[in-house]
Each structure stands twice: as C-alpha cells, then as structure tokens.
Design a protein around this ligand. Structure first.
Ligand code: F6R
Length: 608
C-alpha cells in the first residue's frame, strides 16, 4: 500500500508528481504530500484526503517551483490519516525529505532511542523515525547514510529521498515493496508502479531488494547491498497509456468488467496449440505435474476465490489432492508441505505481503512454486520457480474483475496440463475442454449482455441490508467471489454459503425481504440446489437465480432468472461471475459509493 513517486529533470516537478500520484491513488488514498528542493531548502505540502485536496492546497500555498521532488499517497498503518502523519517526513535539521511504503517493525525501539538523543517526533508514523535516523547516520555522504539507515531498520520498505544539499538528485531503495525507476531523456523518475511513469517514459528498471539507486536527470547509478556498482537492466512497458485511462467509461471497474473477453483471450490464446495447453514457456513442463503428492493453492481475497475454482477443476482433471489456503493463515499454521508438493500462488499485483510470505514458506520447505501473476517483474513473478502471467493488462479499480477472470483461465490451462501429464485426462477430452476455454471470450461477451437486466435488478435491491449468495461446487466458489465483490463495492453485508450448508444454521437469518442470489449452473447439481432455493423462497426470501437453463421465473423458486451461456460446468465460474460483478457495480452506483476506491481498501496490500 501507499504510492511513491519522484521526478528529476528539466520540467516543473510538481505537475509530474501530482499526475503520478493520481495514477497511484489506487494504492492508498487517505492523505498525500509532496516535497521539492527549492531555494536551497525543502518545501513540503501535505494534507489529509485525496490527491485533489493536495493539488488544491498547493495552489492555495502559492505553488511549488522545482525540477526535482518526491510525492506520496498514503494508506494509513501507523497513526490516523492526518496532515501531520502524511508523508513526506522531514529530518530534524530540515535537510532530508523522505517517502515510505511499507512497515518499519522496530520503529518503537528506534523512536525511543532517537527521542533519548533529543529528536522530537511530530507524527505517530513509523516513517518519521527513518527520516531522523537518516540524519543521525549522515556523515556528509547520502549513499553512506542510506546504507547505514537500512541496516538499522527491520521490516519492509520502499524509500524515496531528496536532500536540500543535493538538488536534482533522488535516492531510493527497497525491501519487500515494489519500486521502479522510469528512464527518460534528460529526466528520470522513481515510482511504486508503472502507471505513474508512463506519462514520461515506457522504459524502466525494476529495483531488487536491498539495491540502492542514485538518480539524476542524466543518470541512474545502481548499487547492490555490498555497495558495488551494478549495471541496470532496462525493460520496456508493453502496454499503452490508454490502457490505464477510463476510455469513456464512468469508472475503471465497469471498463475492466467490459474488458474481460480480451483479458481472457490474451491469457489463453498464446498458450493453446492444436487445442492443447502449451505452457513450456512458463517452464511448466509435464514432469512438474507427475509424481505429485499434493498441490497447495495459496492466495488472498479474490485471488483465493479464483484458487477455490482452481481446486475444483484441478482435482477433477488431475486427480491429485488440492488444498486452497488463505495466505495469511498458511504460513503460521506449520503447513504440511514439502518436497513432492507444488505450491501455486495467485496474485494480481504480485506484491501481496501475505502471499509472498506464504510462497517463501512453501519454498523453504522444499515445495516447487508457480506464480500466477498479472504484474510483470513483480516480486512473486521474480521469486517463484515458474511464472504464468495473466495478460489482463493494468487493473486500476481497487476491486479486481478482469484479473480474476484471467486467473481462472490460467488455472484451467494448468488443470488440463496436469491431467494430461498424470494420465488422468484423455487427450480427446482435454482438446474438447480447451476448445471451450478458447471460446470463453465469446461466451463472456454474451454474458455481458445481461448488463441492462442487472442494472434493473440493482435498482430494485440496492436498499437491502443483507444479501446471501449460495451455490454448490464451482458455483459455491463463484458465490464467494460474488459476495466479496458486493460487500467491498456497495458496503452491503453479504455472505456466501454452500447451498447445502444453509440448513445447518444460517437459514435462521432468512426472513421476509432477505435477498438470496443462487448460482446453479451445473446440471448435475441443479436438483440439489433447487431444493435449497425452495427452502429459502418458502421463508420469504427474494431470490435471483443465475443459471444456464432457459427458464422463466417461477414464484415457487425465484423472482428473477439471470441466464448465462451454457458451457462445461468446470468453466462456469467464468460466466456466472460476470452478472455478479455487474450486480456489485450497479448496487454500488445506486448507493452512491466510491466505486473505484472503496473505503478502507487499497489495491496492493503490502502489509501483513
Ligand atoms: C478484491 C480484491 C482483493 C485482492 C487481494 C489479493 O476485489 O481485489 O481481495 O484479490 O487483496 O491481491 P493480489 O491479487 O494483488 O494478491
């Protein structure tokens, strides 16, 4: 969480910093600030609220003139969102300004030591201790001070720093949090993510843990943890700035929902050859799946929900036990995993702290790791033994939609590959399934045609206090994602239940006016789910039935039918989730919620 940006060049820095911060607002949006080197000193403006509040405050304070500066958008961890807790933080002598993304775990110890030495803390943040520590360690050389400072801190960080004594120079380093350097012509940038630099350049360097960079308008000097100079590897962004713009849509979320056919197509088509998965480019060879003891899928939030679908499909095709675990629980429960096991981590950002920690745990215990990741060169992508990229393109809305769909597609390919490798799936069956996977973009396009109907349903139900989602098998997995989407976007309380489990307690909550959304897309389970639906209908619930069946609403069963295209039941989550994403979106719109930046959330969760 938190977004960092820095600029050094020939242009006015503040407009570039603000534009960068707007692009990083998805990472946190409770307070923001910038610092520039100006007239031999530092000028800092920071405020509680969003980037537009910062923009206004800068205007009110008469602007800031400089060609070099740093900026920050915050997701509070230590200390409430406030002007004083906003970054940048300044050293006691006012010569150093610093922005930080991450958590300094030993900040209380450092704070005590610094206070005893006469440093006065202005804020409640962990970051301010680093600014003072930097001054304490400074012996006339910024590189030396930064090296000493990171040795003193424990935790995770990406740091951007400017000094009043070195105008035009940015310093940065990182551990367990992303940081890139945008390489331009006569200007360079640092940032937490590509959208912040793409206004200026498509060329970038990914900073590795413990590397330190000294960045001027003309040069990028990179040093490893031992202080040795290393050659930077410059990469090029393979998408355009328009991919990170709303493109005429009112919100990024609806744009990204509508982009799902492309996200799935781009993920699947380059990996199918003669209707069979070709994953060797990701070093997913057949031998990887043979002689497996078990597969562990580990992820958080929606990525975990994709994993729950993956579990159903992989077990069906590859006949190997698959466990899907919440990443934040996995690492602390002494998991039974080791050599002979495969750990699949799923992450849009590739920077989720819990997921990364779980992957490291699995690796340390001898398991082989595969990362299904959307962000190229992210930490998960770099640390896993094999990477399968989802080519969903940049996802800006905080709530994931197209990345989730692309994750499902990647998991289907893995399931078929594993089934073939283990001899549990016949080639003919595999080809037929892959043909359907290949048709998914077209089927998702058809599912998107439900948009007007779903908007209408949201207009009817947006005042509900509570919504239950039910389903069996893959439908239950999709129901969990539908429920998460609804609560995060519309702030309506919602739960997902295995349809057969309702009668074991939760049915006591069903009364007149409760809204139940039933997902029933698997013909083999339809009758069973139907009896669960009837039992809630009989108790006064309003029911929306999502099914592939062609049927009219029947007062004994449901109030509305949302029909999704028919497909192999092992693919159905890709289609049933589409109306559910639209439902959350329109429920949020009718309730006046902040769709792309729901309260308390951030896109990239880099704290545990
Ligand atoms: C929900 C959502 C989150 C993420 C979760 C994991 O819409 O986006 O639940 O899925 O925070 O994030 P990644 O996929 O970046 O690891």
């Amino acid at each position: 969480m938190c977004g960092i940006v820095g600029y050094t060049g020939r242009e006015e820095a503040v407009p570039v910093l603000l534009q960068g911060l707007y692009k990083l607002e998805y990472r946190g949006y409770d307070s923001a600030g910038v610092a520039v080197v100006q007239s031999g000193g530092l000028k800092v403006v920071k405020t509680k609220g969003r980037i537009k509040n910062l923009d206004e405050k800068i205007q009110q304070e008469g602007g800031m003139e400089s060609v070099c500066g740093i900026g920050h958008t915050r997701w509070a961890t230590h200390g409430a969102p406030s002007d004083v807790n906003a970054h940048p933080h300044i050293s006691r002598n006012g010569r150093i300004a610093l922005v930080h993304n991450g958590i300094i775990e030993n900040y209380l110890e450092l704070r005590e030591m610094l206070t005893q030495e006469g440093f006065e803390m202005q804020s409640q943040t962990d970051t301010e201790t680093v600014a003072h520590l930097f001054e304490r360690n400074f012996k006339g050389d910024m590189m030396q001070a930064l090296t000493a400072t990171v040795k003193d801190v424990r935790g995770s960080y990406a740091l951007g720093i400017v000094s009043a004594d070195e105008p035009g120079v940015l310093y940065c380093t990182k551990r367990d949090n992303p940081l890139i350097i945008g390489v331009g012509e006569g200007e360079n940038m640092i940032a937490s993510d590509i959208p912040a630099i793409i206004q200026k350049t498509k060329r970038y360097i990914v900073l590795n843990d413990d590397e330190i960079a000294r960045v001027t308008p003309e040069s990028v000097e990179l040093y490893n943890a031992l202080g040795q100079k290393i050659a930077p590897e410059i990469q090029t962004v393979n998408w355009d700035i328009s991919s990170a713009e709303k493109g005429g849509y009112e919100h990024f979320m609806i744009k990204e929902i509508m982009e799902q056919p492309k996200a799935v197509r781009d993920t699947v088509s380059p990996r199918l050859e003669n209707d069979l998965p070709r994953l060797e480019d990701s070093s997913l060879t057949e031998s990887l799946f043979q002689n497996l003891r078990a597969i562990h899928i580990v992820a958080c939030g929606s990525a975990l929900h994709a994993g729950l679908v993956g579990r159903e499909v992989i077990e069906r095709f590859a006949r190997v036990p698959v466990f899907a675990s919440v990443a934040s629980e996995f690492r602390y429960r002494n998991p039974v995993i080791g050599e002979g096991d495969l750990c699949i981590v799923i992450s849009q950002s590739g920077e989720t702290a819990d997921t990364l920690a779980a992957m490291r745990e699995a690796k340390n215990r001898g398991a082989r790791t595969i990362a299904i990741v959307n962000v190229v060169s992210s930490s998960a992508a770099r640390e896993a033994d094999s990477v399968l990229y989802t080519w969903a393109g940049p996802e800006i809305a905080v709530a994931t939609t197209k990345a989730y769909s692309a994750q499902l597609a990647a998991l289907y390919l893995i399931a078929v590959k594993a089934g073939l490798a283990r001899g549990t799936l016949a080639e003919k069956e595999a080809r037929e399934y892959c043909r359907q996977v290949n048709q998914l973009p077209e089927l998702i396009q058809q599912a998107l045609r439900a948009r007007p109907q779903i908007q209408y349903l949201a207009s009817l139900y947006s005042n509900r206090q509570s919504v239950f989602f039910i389903g069996r098998g893959v439908d239950y997995a999709a129901a969990q994602e539908a429920s998460l989407k609804l609560k995060e976007i519309s702030y309506i309380h919602s739960e997902a239940y295995a349809a057969g489990e309702l009668k074991h307690g939760t049915i006591s909550l069903i009364e007149d006016g409760a809204l139940v959304v039933a997902l029933a897309t698997d013909p083999a389970l339809y009758e069973k789910t139907l009896s669960n639906i009837k039992s809630v209908k009989a108790r006064g619930a309003s029911v929306i039935l999502v099914t592939e069946r062609q049927m009219e609403a029947d007062p004994e069963i449901c109030d509305f039918v949302v029909q999704v295209p028919a497909c192999d039941p092992a693919l159905s989550a890709s289609l049933s989730i589409v109306p559910m994403q639209l439902f959350s979106y329109y429920m949020g719109v009718y309730r006046g919620c902040d769709i792309d930046k729901p309260r308390n959330l951030a896109k990239s969760v880099t704290v545990e």
